[in-house]
Design a protein around this ligand. Structure first.
Ligand SMILES: *Cc1c(COP(=O)(O)O)cnc(C)c1O
Length: 486
């Protein structure tokens, strides 16, 4: 199956090459020339790993031994064999995506990506090492480090903003073990770290670092189709769960509400629908950074605004990269139009899509947002009324799902995607339940466990005692130098 850029059809590559390259040469994102078909009914009968092999295999058919790769990626790494369990709360169904090795939903994709990448590398006969560079606002960094730890032929370097991540998130990263990993704080904010990474890519010659050190540069963020494909599976898994419990019968439509940042997670839901899963509305939930709400409602994407720091930091984002893929699909594959819109976004910081495209998008998606105060109230309310403890991102999704039902009267079953463990954001979660806190973040974890009876995930509980291995802090203009000295 061939992939090409969202911005032109000139260069076509197979799916293995698309995973290896990450980004298309013209700066666009890889999209399949034609979406595959799968046997949905058969898929829904399977266990999660077989489901994953079938779906990822359909999306990336040129990567061999998918069944094997899936089992290597996931076996023993998640709290449960079903990987992503669902919980019926009495109101919405919560799809728990945070039961993986770092308690973030990104584990689902970042456990799989190293398998896909190294297989593609072998198949293509690439001899050089791959160097993964990632700037993170918290969650991606740790999930990527854990995924790539001690993977042969791959090195990984993560940059995070000094003082810009939670104490728990910092501890997760700086204690990372492995012979092929590096982590460094950058004096600046997330954008500075991200720009620094982009500058390193720009300084590269033929995809390699300057100075003869030929490691092929790549990235672990969700522009890579190898990260998107594994996320389709859990939509099928959630649907299968509802079927098993008799909540729906085959063919009934189910709505999904997705706490959204880079638009990767929700786009995977749309792809699940295109593969034949009976999905109703995809509800896009944002925090105070409500640029996507505005876009889905008006057709205008306008990034000319300040970025707000919120209690759901993984969604604090102004440019949602994967939206470019949606524009491609929703324009019927009009690469010239996508190139033009992305050019406008770069130059002017704003674009408006044609009216028919806006209408096509609102057929499939509904959007809303919720501020910190409302998210905080939602954590408290859901715990009180449903006896379910959720994190700040999930609370955002829950609140927006409620607005959706209230405004549309659509009472089809609603699945709210839960993207992080509440223990990754103990300060905000405990404050929501008990008011202003003076405890240290680690003490808050214990307090939260005591109060709610929800156990602290194992990977987070021993963090405070673990040895700090990566304590470097550098100026933002020293990032290239840091990487060249690895
Ligand atoms: C990354 C992340 C999101 C946003 O997912 P996208 O695929 O970027 O839209 C939401 N919640 C949490 C906790 C995350 O880590």
């Amino acid at each position: 199956m061939l992939y090409h850029s969202t911005r032109s059809v000139d260069t076509k590559v197979d799916s293995a090459q698309a995973v290896l390259s990450g980004l298309a040469p013209d700066g666009g994102l890889y999209v399949p020339q034609q979406l595959p078909t799968i046997d949905v009914a058969a898929c829904l009968q399977e266990d999660t790993m077989s489901m994953a092999a079938r779906i990822i295999g359909a999306m990336l058919p040129d990567i061999e031994n998918m069944d094997d790769l899936v089992r290597k990626a996931y076996t023993g790494k998640f709290q449960t064999e079903e990987l992503t369990p669902t919980v019926d709360t009495g109101k919405f169904t919560v799809l728990e995506l945070f039961r993986g090795p770092t308690s973030a939903f990104k584990d689902v994709a970042l456990c799989m990506l190293p398998q896909l990448l190294t297989k593609a590398k072998t198949q293509k006969g690439m001899a050089e090492d791959i160097l993964i560079l990632t700037a993170t606002s918290g969650d991606t960094g740790k999930a990527a480090l854990a995924g790539f730890q001690d993977v042969a032929g791959v090195k990984i370097c993560v940059f995070y903003p000094d003082g810009g991540v939670s104490k728990v998130q910092r501890a997760q990263m700086v204690t990372q073990e492995g012979s092929n990993v590096a982590v460094c704080a950058v004096k600046g904010n997330f954008d500075d770290a991200q720009t620094g990474v982009k500058n390193i890519f720009a300084a590269a010659e033929n995809g390699c670092l300057p100075g003869g050190n030929c490691s092929r540069l790549s990235t672990a963020n969700s522009i890579n189709i190898g990260r998107l494909a594994p996320q389709i599976t859990y939509y099928f898994k959630a649907y299968a769960d509802l079927l098993k419990r008799g909540r729906i019968t085959m063919g009934d439509k189910v709505n999904f509400c997705v706490p959204t940042g880079n638009f990767g997670d929700i786009l995977a839901g749309w792809l699940a629908k295109k593969l034949g899963l009976p999905v109703g509305k995809l509800v896009c939930a944002s925090n105070a950074n409500n640029i996507l709400t505005e876009f889905i409602r008006t057709g205008t994407y306008d990034r000319r605004r300040p970025l707000h720091k919120t209690i759901s930091p993984s969604m604090d984002i102004l440019v949602s990269s994967n939206l470019e893929r949606l524009l491609f699909f929703m324009s019927g594959g009009d690469t010239a139009l996508v190139a033009q819109l992305m050019g406008k976004l770069n130059r002017e910081g704003v674009y408006t899509v044609p009216e028919e495209m806006k209408d096509a998008i609102s057929q499939e998606f509904w959007a809303g947002f919720c501020d910190d105060a409302q998210a905080s109230k939602t954590i408290e309310k859901v715990f009180k009324e449903q006896n379910y403890l959720c994190d700040t991102h999930t609370a955002t999704g829950w609140a927006v799902a409620e607005s959706y039902v209230a405004e549309t009267g659509d009472h089809r079953p609603m699945v709210v995607l839960s993207t992080a463990s509440p223990y990754k954001f103990p300060a905000a979660v405990l404050t929501a339940l008990e008011g202003e806190q003076t405890l240290d973040e680690f003490a808050m974890m214990d307090r939260l466990q005591e109060k709610t009876g929800v156990p602290i995930p194992q990977n987070l509980s021993g963090l405070q005692e673990k040895k700090e291995r990566h304590t470097g802090v550098i100026e933002k203009d020293k990032m290239l130098e840091f990487v060249m000295n690895l």
